[in-house]
Write a protein that binds this ligand. Structure first.
Ligand SMILES: [Zn+2]
Length: 177
């Protein structure tokens, strides 16, 4: 098993070495580079490689387009508060009705956003419909082509939904507020 200094390696090259069973060493802090996911094994998707000490030392994304979208949405969701993320998307959807009248995907997204807002604001506690939220699907299929900003908002909403689902499972129903 060989050790390679990461500074000299391009991402694809680094991934190839890892897949061949080699270990890589961070050229800044000498930590052994870890895989994302951490328990990655050959045959499973390898999303990235990073220095466990600091991503600034070494970070490579090896994802396909959809995984990149998820990651960007996660970052966006982290920047905004969850409730704010929902409100921004909801407001945008309400304005879009003026342009896209009777557009079924938009109507569906509006209903879903209204439900999510109610949940996030504790106006109701109906978690049963969380599993039906598919605003991310609509974002990819319908809205990326006509309104990329709105699509990005919906990806961020999906991150909030993931959070709500975790809360529902943990019983922490109001931790978003
Ligand atoms: Zn390092």
């Amino acid at each position: 098993m060989a050790i390679f200094l990461t500074a000299k390696l391009a991402g694809v090259e680094a991934a190839k070495l890892i897949r061949q069973g080699n270990s890589l060493q961070c050229s800044v802090c000498s930590s052994i580079i870890v895989t994302v996911p951490a328990n990655w094994v050959e045959g499973k998707p390898l999303h990235g490689l990073q220095c466990p000490t600091d991503q600034k030392h070494f970070l490579v994304h090896l994802d396909n387009a959809s995984a990149m979208k998820e990651m960007r949405a996660r970052m966006r969701a982290r920047e905004n508060k969850p409730l704010q993320t929902l409100e921004i998307a909801h407001n945008r959807a309400e304005h879009m009705v003026e342009v896209y009248k009777d557009f079924q995907p938009l109507e569906s997204v509006r209903v879903q956003l209204k439900y999510l807002l109610g949940l996030a604001k504790n106006e109701h506690a109906d978690y049963s419909r969380l599993k039906d939220i598919i605003v991310g699907v609509y974002a990819a299929r319908e809205f990326e082509a006509i309104d990329i900003e709105f699509a990005k908002m919906l990806y961020a909403v999906e991150e909030v939904v993931a959070e709500l689902r975790r809360n529902a499972n943990d019983g922490h129903v109001s931790s978003l507020i």
